[in-house]
Design a protein around this ligand. Structure first.
Ligand code: MRU
Length: 368
């Protein structure tokens, strides 16, 4: 996608041929800055501190984290240490484990002298595969928007609500939930996005609104609790969200608050779709509520707000009484029964065990 008119991805290998560049997502939307990752520890920190975030980008960054570790020392011990360190950074998005397994499989049985180059090759493939998957998700999801557009009166637009940031910043490029939206916009379909702010870290306000703006997609930022009201008043045609892990049964784990949007969508007859790249499917778990580890982050994220002051300074202020207990659950699970469909790289499928196993038999089989 484009930043100030210049095409770029969210992660790249620097001109030195080995260190890794990423966009500092903690600085957006106020400042566009990039960060250079040169060690395993720096890659792990970038994931943990959410310098980069979003399930597919977490996976891609972890893949390069292994590369950086092997470049320093291509031993089995370092490989195991790097795997464990990166896996512990964030618990919920399964793309992290998937990418680590992919890289490990690519290097484990090779002589030490070949490991680093093999790891960099597989990491680059993971990035390219992510872009291809998201492009296919866009193609497969586009008819959902076009069908609604064909029923609109002249001058009316298709209103899509999304939660958190499942845009290109959450992936290597294109995004998942945003892929059909960008394609529709590029094809001249009048599409407008309601972006949930997504407290506590405000990925919707800081990232989704920013990247939609960079691409020229009309959008409106809303407080998290607004979606239900909009749906009751016929102002949302379609919900498309991303996901951090989908179980074999089709339960969807995504950013906290997604479940409430699904409930509101069901109550108001609004289609609720999840954009799902196959590395986000976890065929080893069935019941999302019981089996997916839900990340809990610091109280600070809920009890404070960070933003730009009128004179351009970035400041963090407290919004709660000192001493109040705070809970900060990062994700929730939307049961498969509330989901209209999963937009995958292999087509739009039902959120069910049969449909997932039918579309991705090689992944389902490998997990048995
Ligand atoms: O905590 P984050 O910002 O990493 O959470 C991201 C989300 O929940 C996204 O909606 C999800 O990863 C899908 S990204 C394509």
């Amino acid at each position: 996608m484009k930043v100030n008119g210049k095409a770029m991805r969210s992660i790249w290998v620097e001109p030195d041929g080995w260190s890794v560049g990423v966009i500092d997502q903690t600085a957006l939307p106020h400042r566009f800055a990039t960060v250079r990752l040169a060690t395993l520890e720096e890659a792990a920190h970038a994931i943990r501190a959410m310098v980069i975030r979003g399930a597919p980008l977490i996976g891609a960054t972890a893949a390069y984290g292994i590369c950086l570790a092997l470049r320093a020392d291509p031993s089995d011990e370092t490989l195991d240490h790097a795997y464990g360190t990166l896996l512990a950074t964030r618990p919920t998005a399964v793309n992290l484990r998937w990418a680590l397994d992919e890289i490990t499989a690519a290097v484990r049985n090779r002589p030490r002298s070949e490991r680093t180059a093999a790891a960099y090759r597989r990491a680059a493939e993971i990035c390219d595969e992510d872009v291809a998957i998201n492009t296919a998700i866009g193609r497969n999801g586009l008819p959902l928007i076009e069908t609604i557009a064909s029923r609109k009166k002249p001058g009316e637009r298709v209103n899509v609500l999304t939660h958190c940031n499942a845009g290109w910043l959450a992936t290597v490029d294109v995004g998942t939930a945003t892929a059909p939206i960008y394609l529709a916009h590029d094809k001249g379909v009048a599409v407008h996005v309601f972006a949930d702010e997504t407290r506590p870290r405000n990925q919707g306000a800081s990232l989704t609104a920013w990247e939609l703006g960079q691409h020229g997609v009309p959008h409106t930022l809303i407080a998290d609790n607004t979606g239900g009201h909009l749906m009751q008043h016929g102002m949302v045609d379609l919900v498309i969200v991303g996901t951090d892990r989908v179980t074999a049964n089709g339960d969807v784990c995504n950013k906290i608050g997604t479940y409430l949007k699904a409930l509101a969508a069901r109550d108001n007859g609004v289609p609720f779709y999840v954009a799902l790249p196959s590395p986000t499917i976890d065929f080893t778990v069935a019941d999302g509520l019981a089996e997916i580890p839900i990340e809990q982050r610091s109280a600070e994220e809920v009890a404070t707000m960070t933003g730009r002051t009128a004179d351009g300074r970035i400041e963090t202020v407290h919004i709660a009484p000192a001493g109040s207990a705070v809970a900060n659950y990062g994700f929730d699970v939307t049961p498969a029964r509330l989901i209209s469909g999963l937009i995958t790289e292999r087509g739009v499928i039902a959120a069910s065990r049969a449909a997932l196993a039918g579309a991705f038999p090689e992944r389902a089989g490998a997990a048995e």
